[in-house]
Structure formats: structure tokens, C-alpha cells
Design a protein around this ligand. Structure first.
Ligand SMILES: Cc1ncc(COP(=O)(O)O)c(C=O)c1O
Length: 461
């Protein structure tokens, strides 16, 4: 029996199995068991249908920077819906999009002064590619269309974004993809080639120079852009080696290639700065963003573009021949502005900078476990790589990884009350990206759950 005010969760469960198509999900896994259902969130925690509490160690999906259940941000969206629920950014403007564009560019570095809104990160990534291609056609270099990105980096799933994404295993069902995606090495120092494995700076020089070699191999006149995340997520948090981005910037300038900082995860405080490029001191030509700009209270994405790239679009009959209906939705922009108010009022960037060393130190306690090979990341963004042999860094084969991650770790961590991600798109890792409001008590809870579950995982190997 359910009371009138309480939803009928059994009926919802049945309807989920019958009608809902989950993303990147093996539905066969739910033929027997229940689909996990999260029904509400408060602060750093979310709750399921039984009222069980989970620490949201992944901010949903790298999204909920300010945490859950903020009525002030939700109300900003409701007020906007009542005032002007929708109007397009096709030819028209509306106040919230203008205010948000001004606010984002005020904190973006250098001459990044123009915002093109989208509804998602994939659309932001696609938009930047199309903008770059048209820009080069407008400026007399029509052969530039290729994009470089790093091995196993994730940049989204729509056809263009998937061509940029560097995960080989998620592409074959959708090939042929748009031509022009070219892979370069990532900055996984833990798995660095032996000739640069002893010196992280040398490794960074090598990884950056591989970008130059790829540009030369492809023909500089054909390369439009390099897409890099400040810290690469997929593969389990690869921060840049010292000097890496400075060298990449020089290479891009030398060959006239655009540097796109894909900050769909790394912007809005994830690394303690409004934009991840600020943390590592480099100036991109384009920043792509989504996720944390609204902390998930409404969907929004976009790209911030330098004056130089906008310039050829400002004349005569020229326009950027691209747009989507819901981009820069008034409700999403109002919510983003309220979200950024919370960042200021509660000094969330300061909170991350103050506490990140403690987060790292707490997670590094896991290094005592035989299954933990590497703990890496920056800010509130960490990957923990799991290994079969700590001394040799031997990783798990596909079967072991399947049994370890899908068979045991993912359900066990969830049962233990921690939302995080056990991912084997590269070597097996656990990914963490908690709300920016977290403090030591949350770090301890994360560490304690991981310690217990990883100890159990090891005993089962
Ligand atoms: C770096 C990066 N780029 C692009 C995307 C795609 O964003 P969305 O899922 O909003 O399309 C993601 C998503 O996780 C991402 O992490």
C-alpha cells in the first residue's frame, strides 16, 4: 500500500523496465534486478525509493557543483518560466542569455568575449568544430577541417563529437563517422612510455611534441583544431604535466591551429577555478562548457570564443550557419545565473582550493591497498587506478575487469552508499568528482567506503 502523497514505486519500477531507455546501459542487467532509482537530493547526498542515503561522489555525472536541493536556484528557474519561458536565440536575444554571456566572459581569460549557447556538452563540442571549419573558410584556409584529440578522451556522443572522442570501443556501431578525427597521446604519466617514464616534465614535452608531429603528418594546412580537457577525465583523471599546455599553445600558434579547451567537466570550480585553463595558465581560443554551469538545475552548454574567431562572422551577409531550438533557454540561463550567485556567496572556488590538499591526502590513504595502483587528479576531481600487481603495474584482462567492475565494484559501492564510477574504458579506474561543498567529513566517508569495498574486491580476485 502506498499513501496518497507517496508515489507507487513498484509501478514506476515496472514502467521503467517497460518504457525507459537508459543511456550507455546494458538493459539485460535489469531483467532480474531493479533499476536503481534516485528520487531526491539534499546537499551532498541523494536518496533512493526506500529513503536510503548515498553520498554523491560523482556530482550526478560531474554536474552538481553546488549540491542538491537548492530551493533558491530552483525558484530562479520557476520565476523565469513565469516571466518568459521560452524564446529562441535565433535573431532575438533575451535578458538572461545576455546577462549570462556577459558574466561568463567577465571570468573567462584573455579575449574570450563571445558566448554561443547550446543545450549540452556534445553540442558545444560540435559547435566549436563547425565554427572552426567555417572560420577557416571565411579566412581563406578552406582545407582546414581536421581535429586532434587525445587517446581515450571523451568529448561527447553525437556524430561530430564522437569523431573527436578518442574511445575506440564506442565508435564501431556508428561508423562511418565524419572524417577528420586524429588521435594523439594523452598525459597518463602512470602509463608513460619507458623512455620518458622517469621525468614528468620530459614526458609532457614528448606528449606535446606528439601533437606537433601529428599536425605535420596530417599536413598543417588541413588541421583546424586541437581539443584538450584541462584534466582528461576518461581513463581516470590525467592532469597535465608541468609546461605541457604552454608547449601545446606554442605548437598551435606555430601552425595556425585552434586550441579548444573542452571544459565540460573542468570548468565551474571542479579544479578550484572558474575555468580549468586558468589553473594551468594557458590561453585557449575556445572554451566548451556544460554540466556545472547550472549545477544540473536545468540543461545548458556552450562555447566561449575569442574576439579573433568572431571577427570574420561580424561582416556583411555572413552568419554562423548553426543553431538549436533550446540553446540558451531562458530558464536554463536564469538558473545558471542563480548557480553562479551561489558560487560567489558561498565562495565555492575558495572551498575547493582550501580543501583540495585534504581531499588528496585522504584519498592517498588508499595507496596502502594492494589493488590501488595510482591516485591522481587535482581540485575535486580524482581517478583511482586499480591494478592486479602494484609492483609491475599489471592491469586486469577484459574478463577480470568485467567481473571486477561490473560484477562486483559498481553494485558493491552503490550498496555501500557511495555514488562514483567504476570505469574500464581505459585501464580500470574509480572516478570521483564530488560537489564543491564537500569538506573533510565527506572525504572521510568516501575513503572509508572505498577502503572497505576495495579490500573486499581484492579478496575476491
Ligand atoms: C569533456 C567532455 N566533453 C563533452 C561531453 C559531452 O557532454 P554531454 O553529455 O552534455 O553531451 C562530456 C560529457 O561527459 C565531457 O566530459
Amino acid at each position: 500500500m502506498t499513501s496518497k502523497s507517496e508515489p507507487d514505486y513498484a509501478a514506476l519500477q515496472a514502467a521503467a523496465k517497460r518504457h525507459l531507455w537508459l543511456h550507455f546501459t546494458r538493459h539485460s542487467a535489469y531483467q532480474e534486478g531493479d533499476v536503481p532509482m534516485i528520487v531526491r537530493g539534499v546537499g551532498q547526498y541523494v536518496f533512493d525509493t526506500r529513503g536510503k542515503r548515498y553520498l554523491d561522489g560523482l556530482s550526478g555525472l560531474f554536474v552538481s557543483q553546488i549540491g542538491h536541493g537548492r530551493a533558491d536556484v530552483a525558484e530562479a528557474g520557476a520565476r523565469q518560466a513565469a516571466e518568459l519561458a521560452y524564446f529562441p536565440l535565433w535573431s532575438y536575444a533575451h535578458p538572461r542569455a545576455i546577462e549570462l554571456a556577459e558574466r561568463l566572459t567577465a571570468s573567462a581569460p584573455g579575449d574570450l568575449n563571445r558566448v554561443f549557447f547550446t543545450t549540452s556538452g556534445s553540442e558545444a563540442v560540435e559547435s566549436a568544430w563547425k565554427m572552426a571549419k567555417q572560420y577557416f573558410k571565411l579566412t581563406g584556409e578552406p582545407a582546414r577541417y581536421k581535429v586532434l584529440s587525445r587517446y581515450i578522451a571523451y568529448h561527447g556522443t553525437t556524430h561530430g563529437a564522437l569523431a573527436i572522442t578518442g574511445l575506440p570501443d564506442i565508435k564501431p556501431p556508428f561508423e562511418p563517422l565524419p572524417p577528420g578525427g586524429v588521435r594523439v597521446p594523452n598525459t597518463n604519466f602512470y602509463r608513460a612510455p619507458s623512455f620518458v617514464a622517469d621525468d614528468i616534465t620530459e614526458f609532457g614535452v614528448w606528449a606535446a611534441d606528439e601533437i606537433e608531429r601529428a599536425i605535420l603528418r596530417e599536413g598543417p594546412e588541413s588541421v583546424a583544431a586541437v581539443y584538450l580537457e584541462p584534466v582528461q577525465n576518461s581513463g581516470g583523471c590525467f592532469p597535465p604535466p608541468p609546461g605541457y599546455f604552454q608547449r601545446v599553445r606554442q605548437i598551435c600558434d606555430k601552425y595556425g591551429v585552434l586550441l579548444v579547451s573542452d571544459e565540460v567537466i573542468c570548468a565551474f570550480g571542479r579544479l578550484g577555478y572558474m575555468f580549468g585553463c586558468e589553473r594551468y595558465g594557458y590561453q585557449p581560443d575556445v572554451i566548451t562548457f556544460a554540466k556545472g554551469v547550472t549545477s544540473g538545475y536545468a540543461p545548458l552548454g556552450g562555447m566561449i570564443v575569442s574576439d579573433r574567431l568572431m571577427e570574420p562572422y561580424l561582416h556583411d551577409s555572413t552568419s554562423f550557419l548553426h543553431g538549436v531550438t533550446f540553446a540558451g533557454h531562458p530558464v536554463s540561463c536564469a538558473v545558471a545565473l542563480a548557480n553562479l550567485d551561489v558560487f560567489e556567496k558561498e565562495d565555492l572556488l575558495g572551498n575547493v582550493r582550501t580543501n583540495e590538499a585534504a581531499f588528496r591526502a585522504t584519498l592517498e590513504k588508499l595507496n596502502d591497498l594492494p589493488i590501488v595502483g595510482d591516485v591522481r587528479g587535482d581540485g575535486y576531481f580524482y581517478g583511482i587506478e586499480l591494478v592486479k600487481d602494484k609492483a609491475t603495474r599489471e592491469t586486469f584482462d577484459d574478463d577480470e575487469s568485467e567481473r571486477l567492475l561490473r560484477g562486483f565494484l559498481s553494485p558493491a559501492l552503490f550498496d555501500a552508499g557511495l555514488i562514483c564510477r567504476a570505469d574500464d574504458r581505459g585501464d580500470p579506474v574509480i572516478q570521483l568528482s564530488p560537489p564543491l561543498t564537500c569538506t573533510q567529513e565527506h572525504f572521510d566517508e568516501i575513503e572509508q567506503i572505498l577502503h572497505a569495498v576495495l579490500t573486499e574486491a581484492w579478496s575476491r580476485l
